[in-house]
Every structure is written in structure tokens, then in C-alpha cells.
Design a protein around this ligand. Structure first.
Ligand code: PLP
Length: 513
């Protein structure tokens, strides 16, 4: 068999790319360097199941139970009122399970508009009535988060809601105060679930905002794999025992049985233990070094605007002000300089740094960014094609911005054009809702031209990525503002998830006839 996946991943591995992307282990740099060679060389031997001598994640009694207790003590030493549960299907299954065990069918749920897809999916599964709180997004497309005041208002106006979902930090590393939101929600007996998928490293330094565990959230979910050295999907769920009683714990456990694999991976669980041990032994020192490297890098960078994030390990660099859109810039970095970013949008690039990044990574990034400036790529005429060394030899179709490439998988960059600056404001108003997400999901859909869809009930999710905020969800009324946004997004070849029509010319609506 032609091993397309294996071969592609092996090729990337051999290229030895500099990783500013997830997972946080950066190709196993730290675990490989320090110890655990046997884990790497005997990976199959660590892949086992529920046999004599192991344990059952869904009903842990021995080694998993003890390991979870040990990890809680290391990661959250002051929070012994919380139980820590390992998750082997990412924060996704932790979010879905904690919502499912906290609601009854048809309940109201208060959630931020930019929440993860798993929260929307929970609305579908339990036929929930979503009350959205608007998202602040900078003009570069960076998620700022939600105003505390808006959450409090949503809670005051919907005292019968059963759950409040908070996404903090945002993917871009921004936070906002949660203490008052949590206290207000608790005042009315609501559960508070905090999606902290991007904040698993917050305990490693005082410079970071505090985890919501310190403010008494009912459930907090963290993806260890995103920002710590851990295998992809390895995550944890923290449960506040002061608020979740034993019978509710039983309901949580049943919910995890629904949303999580019944075959928990010992590779993932071992990777969590290795990660926690490394964090305990070296985490604080390595984080200090990382923050120092980031500080020096930011101070040295003169030619680019860097967005100030609450979490300094997320670095958003504005490239469009210099004339290159973020997507083209990301390709240049990868195919010319062997540096892979976490994410690009039209305005710039997002770098995700972890304790596994070393000074050399930042030096290489700095040199690459300087080289791009020195090669004068930012002063190009918008009409001119800049023949850039011909460093990749393809010349087929012109992609959205200025870098010509053969396809996404081909590293065929040949020439560079200046990108125009485009103002693309996110629709500011959350659309009115006609049907619940579940009713809209179940309804018959028809596909119509988007230009003719204003006033109709939307039948699909429309999620421009990045930033990944849903601009309209099934059951909501399509407005002119939303159509204008989609048309403009199409012009700059923005990726839009959820739409059936691949060229975004048609939209699925609920057939109300
Ligand atoms: C804000 C947020 N929450 C939750 C998730 C899901 O995390 P996981 O990949 O661990 O399932 C993501 C994934 O990207 C995310 O960005």
C-alpha cells in the first residue's frame, strides 16, 4: 500500500522544521532530550488496554486513579477541592460531557459567540436554547474575548439558564476577568464551565493570568497537548468537588462514557504522566527561559507590529501593514526558511510558543523576518510581480494574495505580489433566531443563491477560519450584513467552514414551505 500519511509526516520530520505550532512538545524535543528513550523506542510496548495490571479510565480504581491525583497535586497544588480527570479525546469530549451532565433537554445555555464547535454541538445534542454573548475581535482578526459586563447582563436577563460557558483564554491568548461572572452565575444556581483549552501552561509563571480553577469554576477543561509537551488529544478536566456532589459526579462519568472512547490509549495517558513530570521538574525554569527569549525577540523586532496578548507565549505578528498578507507570509516562512507558524489570517501570523522552544528558534525567526524585509518584499508595486529567486519552481495558478503556488500541499512558491489591505469587519450583531439549533438541524434544507437569502432561516454553520467565530448558525435569520461579509471573505479567499457550497455562492436554508 502507498502510505501517503506516513510518508508525508516522515518527510516533514526529516525537514526538521522549526515549530511554532501545536502540539506543544515540538516534535518530542524535551521528552527526547531528557529521558524516556524507552518510551520512544518501544512505543508499541506502551500501547495496551484494560488487562491485569492496568486500570479502566471510565472507572479508575488503581494506577489511573492514583496518577490523576498525582497530576492534580503537581498542576494545581493549591486546589485540593478539585478532582482531575484524564481525557484521551481532547478538550472536545470534556466540554461536551460537562455540558451534557449539567443540562436537561431544552435548557437555556449562556455562551460566547466565539466558543468552540463542541459547545455548538452540545446545543444540538441536548436541544439547548443558546443565549449568545458577543465577541470582541480586533481589526487584525485577533479574538479579544468577551466583556465581563455583557456576561453579567446575559445572566441577569436569563436567570433560568442552567449553564454558563466561558472561553478563556482565547486561541490568540487574550483573557478577561471571570471572578464576577462566576460569582453571578453561582448566585442563580448556574453551572460555570470554562474552556481553558489554550491555558494549560498558566501555572508555570506568575506573569500568566490565573486559571479559572482559582475562581471556583465548576468545570475547567485544558488541552495539555496544545501548550505543554504532550501527545495530541491529551487533555484534563477539573471538577470542583465543592459544587459537584457524588451523584452529579456519577452523571459526569456517564456523560464521559458517551462522548469519550471506550478504548482509552495508554500511550496518551503515559504521555500525560511524562508531561506532568517534566513540568514539575523543569517547567518553571524552562518557562522563565522561554519568556526571556520571547522578550528579547519582541524587543529586537523593529519592522513589524506585534499584537500585545495577555499570554506572551502567543505572538501575533501583523504582516499586512507591510504589504504581505499573513497566508503568503506563512508560506514564505515555511518554504523558504523552514519555520512553521500555528495559524495565519489575512492580516498576519500567529506563533504558538511552548517550553520546548529554544533561543535558536527565535533567532531563526528573527533572521527570516529580517531577510524578508531586506529582500525588499514589502515595497513592491501592487501591479508588479516580484520574481523571488525562483526558489520553488512552479508557476501555475495564482492564489488569493500574491504568492503563486501549485496547490496547498505543493511548496511551489515562485513569485510574490503585494497584497492589498482590506478592511473586513466581522458582523457585529448576533442574528435573530427563528428555530432552535436542533430543530434547524433536523429540518429539510434547500440550497439557494446567497444574494437571495436575506431574511431566510439559515440551515448551516458558517464559520470563517480563522478566527473560527460562527457568523451564523442553523436556525438564525440571514441578514444583509452577513451576506456582505461572505462575499468579501470570498474575494480574499478566506477559508469558511460549514458551507456546503465550495465556492460560497450558495447557502443552505431551512425549507419553511
Ligand atoms: C477554544 C478551544 N476550545 C476547545 C478546543 C478543542 O480542543 P481539543 O483539540 O483538545 O479537543 C479547541 C481546539 O482547537 C479550541 O480552540
Amino acid at each position: 500500500m502507498n502510505k501517503t500519511i506516513y510518508d508525508a509526516v516522515k518527510k516533514i520530520r526529516q525537514e526538521n522544521i522549526v515549530s511554532f505550532h501545536m502540539p506543544g512538545h515540538k516534535y518530542g524535543r524535551l521528552p527526547r532530550k531528557i529521558e524516556y528513550q524507552e518510551f520512544f523506542s518501544d512505543i508499541y510496548e506502551f500501547d495496551t488496554t484494560e488487562i491485569y495490571g492496568t486500570d479502566n479510565l471510565h472507572n479508575p480504581k488503581s494506577i489511573i486513579k492514583q496518577s490523576q491525583i498525582n497530576s492534580r497535586k503537581v498542576l494545581f497544588p493549591e486546589s485540593d477541592n478539585y478532582d482531575l480527570i484524564y481525557l484521551v479525546n481532547g478538550s472536545t469530549c470534556g466540554i461536551e460531557s460537562s455540558i451534557f451532565c449539567s443540562v436537561k433537554k431544552g435548557d437555556k445555555i449562556i455562551l460566547n459567540r466565539g466558543c468552540h464547535q463542541s459547545v455548538y454541538n452540545s446545543c444540538l445534542v441536548s436541544d439547548l436554547k443558546p443565549i449568545f454573548v458577543g465577541e470582541n475581535i480586533s481589526k487584525e482578526g485577533v479574538f479579544i474575548g468577551v466583556e465581563e459586563r455583557e456576561y453579567i447582563e446575559a445572566i441577569e436577563n436569563n436567570k433560568d439558564a442552567s449553564v454558563v460557558i466561558i472561553t478563556r483564554p482565547t486561541y490568540y491568548g487574550m483573557v478577561f476577568d471571570v471572578e464576577n461572572i462566576i460569582a453571578k452565575a453561582h448566585e442563580y444556581g448556574m453551572r460555570v464551565i470554562v474552556d481553558e483549552a489554550h491555558g494549560a501552561h498558566f501555572n508555570l509563571h506568575d506573569i500568566f493570568p490565573k486559571s479559572s480553577v482559582y475562581f471556583g469554576a465548576d468545570f475547567v477543561i485544558q488541552s495539555l497537548h496544545k501548550t505543554l509537551p504532550c501527545f495530541t488529544q491529551a487533555s484534563v478536566l477539573l471538577v470542583n468537588r465543592d459544587r459537584i456532589n457524588r451523584s452529579e459526579m456519577g452523571k459526569l462519568s456517564s456523560s464521559l462514557n458517551i462522548f469519550e472512547s471506550s478504548s482509552p490509549s495508554y500511550l496518551l495517558m503515559s504521555s500525560i504522566e511524562i508531561c506532568v513530570e517534566q513540568t514539575e521538574k523543569f517547567g518553571k525554569k524552562l518557562m522563565e527561559d522561554l519568556l526571556n527569549n520571547i522578550y528579547i525577540f519582541k524587543r529586537k523586532v523593529k519592522n513589524y507590529k506585534i499584537f500585545e496578548t495577555s499570554d506572551p507565549t502567543k505572538i501575533f505578528i501583523n504582516t499586512i501593514d507591510k504589504g504581505i498578507n499573513g497566508h503568503d507570509f506563512a508560506k514564505l516562512l515555511r518554504y523558504k526558511y523552514n519555520i512553521q507558524v500555528e495559524m495565519s489570517n489575512y492580516s498576519g501570523i500567529l506563533m504558538l510558543c511552548s517550553i520546548c522552544n529554544v533561543k535558536k528558534d527565535f533567532d531563526l525567526l528573527y533572521d527570516a523576518m529580517n531577510d524578508i524585509v531586506e529582500k525588499n518584499m514589502f515595497t513592491l508595486n501592487s501591479d508588479d510581480n516580484y520574481e523571488y529567486d525562483g526558489f520553488f519552481g512552479y508557476d501555475e495558478k495564482v492564489n488569493y494574495g500574491g504568492v503563486e503556488d501549485k496547490s496547498v500541499s505543493d511548496d511551489g512558491i515562485k513569485s510574490l505580489k503585494k497584497s492589498k489591505k482590506i478592511d473586513l469587519d466581522f458582523p457585529s450583531v448576533i442574528p435573530d433566531r427563528r428555530l432552535s439549533p436542533r430543530d434547524a438541524f433536523d429540518a429539510t434544507k434547500v440550497s439557494i443563491d446567497i444574494e437571495k437569502s436575506v431574511g431566510k432561516v439559515c440551515g448551516e454553520f458558517i464559520i470563517p477560519y480563522p478566527p473560527g467565530v460562527c457568523i451564523i448558525a442553523p436556525g438564525e435569520i440571514i441578514s444583509e450584513e452577513i451576506i456582505d461579509f461572505i462575499v468579501k471573505a470570498r474575494e480574499i479567499n478566506m477559508e469558511i467552514n460549514g458551507m456546503l457550497s465550495s465556492d460560497f455562492s450558495k447557502i443552505q436554508i431551512v425549507d419553511c414551505d
